[in-house]
Design a protein around this ligand. Structure first.
Ligand SMILES: C[S@@+](CC[C@H](N)C(=O)[O-])C[C@H]1O[C@@H](n2cnc3c(N)ncnc32)[C@H](O)[C@@H]1O
Length: 322
């Protein structure tokens, strides 16, 4: 069979199974099965697939039609211009999360401007944290933008941390990104002050006992903390696409019954771990702003900003530690 026919058949099968973005999905699976580039597929649509390529491709199409996300089949997703490995242990990085990185860069640059510091383009001396790192996408994007910054990437899931670590190694950032298994920032908090994760379905609250690493590094004060926490409400789960509900990790999706439950702890812990003038940048769920904005109404915070995503949804909230 030639490439053009294979693509058409693939698209038709995905369309019949109500797969969103069917053309793009079929195209990505064809690239994956044949190891070709997009240019090569469209410039030589008459080329024949080998028998193994054809078998691989149509198995991938079947799997995609059954609801498995394309990224789980290809094992990758691009974020901030970098190809990242993704597995079912991590959230597939979303384009809207790039706004978190943009806001982080803007706010650090503004801070330098206000304090009349020359812009610290390399991030020399900066200590940054990414809470709930998942695939490592935010931490890795920050490492790319600040080639001299030190970054802590935390997650409650050891399986996610293993993926994030591989991604950091793949892009040669592993010497500057420190991966830590922790319930939010509790590993860096004094013993006894560790915050328990709220009861979320089957989630076990990991008690982050002090490891040699924590003893070496705690207490830490960061220049910037970024996070894309789980923010979907369990009560919304029936409305999620099957690709999300059935294939992405629950720990990465649900923030509680309503969705915004983790923000109060996240904001309180961040206040305790930011330097004066430090910046907190949080991604928001599509309807979390009314619940999250009031949490910044304390003497700890100033210069609260909200950034919309391309769909006009308030997507990122950021604030400065007084
Ligand atoms: C929405 S995902 C974000 C992943 C990645 N940062 C991104 O933007 O694609 C949330 C991540 O937070 C982690 N997580 C959930 N609860 C946590 C907690 N209490 N402490 C630390 N990490 C947590 C999950 O394991 C998951 O990797």
């Amino acid at each position: 069979m030639d490439l053009r026919t294979a693509l058409k058949l693939g698209i038709a099968k995905l369309r019949a199974a109500n797969v969103p973005s069917d053309t793009l999905a079929a195209e990505l699976l064809l690239l994956h099965a044949t190891g070709r580039s997009r240019t090569s597929i469209y410039s030589h649509p008459e080329d024949q697939l080998t028998e193994p390529e054809s078998q691989t491709y149509f198995t991938l199409i079947e799997n995609r039609a059954s609801g498995i996300p394309t990224q789980h089949l290809t094992g990758k997703q691009e974020f901030w211009g970098l190809e990242l490995e993704v597995t079912p242990d991590v959230l597939i990085p979303r384009p809207e999360t790039e706004h978190v990185v943009e806001v982080a860069l803007d706010r650090l640059a503004l801070r330098d401007l206000h304090t009349r510091l020359t812009q610290n383009m390399s991030g020399e001396g900066l200590l940054l944290a990414d809470i709930g790192t998942g695939s490592g996408c935010i931490a890795i994007a920050l490492a790319k933008e600040f080639p001299a910054a030190q970054i802590y990437a935390l997650d409650i899931s050891p399986a996610a941390l293993a993926v994030a670590q591989r991604n950091a190694t793949r892009h040669a950032f592993s010497d500057r990104i420190h991966f830590v298994e922790s319930n939010m920032l509790s590993l860096f908090s004094p013993v006894g002050a560790q915050h328990a994760a709220p009861a979320l379905g089957n989630r076990q609250s990991i008690s982050s006992s002090f490891s040699p690493l924590a003893t070496r590094h705690s207490p830490l004060s960061f220049d910037l903390i970024a996070s894309n926490p789980p923010y979907i409400g369990r009560r919304e789960s029936a409305t999620l696409a099957r690709e999300v509900r059935d294939h992405e990790p629950e720990l990465a999706l649900y923030g509680g019954e309503e969705g915004y439950e983790l923000y109060a702890d996240l904001i309180a812990q961040s206040a305790a771990h930011l330097k004066p003038g430090g910046i907190l940048v949080l991604e928001l769920g599509h309807n979390s702003l009314p619940a999250v904005h009031p949490l910044f109404d304390t003497p700890a915070w100033s210069n609260i900003g909200v950034t919309n995503d391309l769909a006009g949804i308030p997507r990122v909230i950021s604030a400065e530690r007084i």
